[in-house]
Design a protein around this ligand. Structure first.
Ligand SMILES: N[C@@H](CCC(=O)N[C@@H](CS)C(=O)NCC(=O)O)C(=O)O
Length: 150
């Protein structure tokens, strides 16, 4: 069985593999930082992110229950042809989520990256924080719409 736990994070835009000090408090509690990207797509576009077919891209992992929620909603709302999808490999290998070959995963990412942290770097080259799924990407402005932590 391969490693399944997340194994790093971005600090000022650089990948830090050994993240234990950032992950747990001295008492051992799991640290859940605030999400940096937390915007909303709205039907009327009042958020600055109008609901437009083909504009948004979802990143998910089949091994992540929170990503399942996004995948289920996308299916129930009939948005599978509207919101494109990348599925990362279900395990991580020292660089967080990747587009490594795995049944059910997508090898090529819409952003042409090998690892999900590189998508975060495109959105913010100085991003500090966790690299998580589910993640929604705006293909038009080439940045992250939302990412949830905790
Ligand atoms: N509560 C968040 C959870 C997102 C989350 O923590 N996803 C996990 C996988 S299940 C992840 O990507 N973790 C990577 C990390 O913490 O570095 C949500 O609702 O989306």
């Amino acid at each position: 069985m391969k490693e399944t736990s997340p194994d790093g994070l971005l600090i000022e835009g650089s990948w830090l593999a050994d993240d234990e000090a950032h992950r747990r408090s001295k008492e051992g509690a799991f640290i859940r930082p605030q999400s940096s990207f937390r915007r909303f797509v709205t039907a009327d576009g009042s958020s600055g992110l109008p609901a437009e077919p083909g504009r948004y891209h979802l990143y998910a992992a089949l091994s992540c229950p929170w990503a399942h929620r996004a995948l289920i909603l996308r299916a129930l709302k009939g948005l599978e042809d509207t919101i494109s999808l990348s599925i990362v490999a279900p395990w991580t290998t020292g660089f967080g989520w990747s587009f490594a070959e795995y049944p059910g995963s997508t090898k090529a990412d819409v952003n042409d990256t090998d690892f999900l942290y590189q998508v975060y770097q495109k959105a913010d080259p100085r991003y500090t924080g966790r690299v998580t799924v589910p993640l929604l990407w705006d293909k038009k402005t080439r940045t992250i719409v939302s990412q949830r932590i905790g």
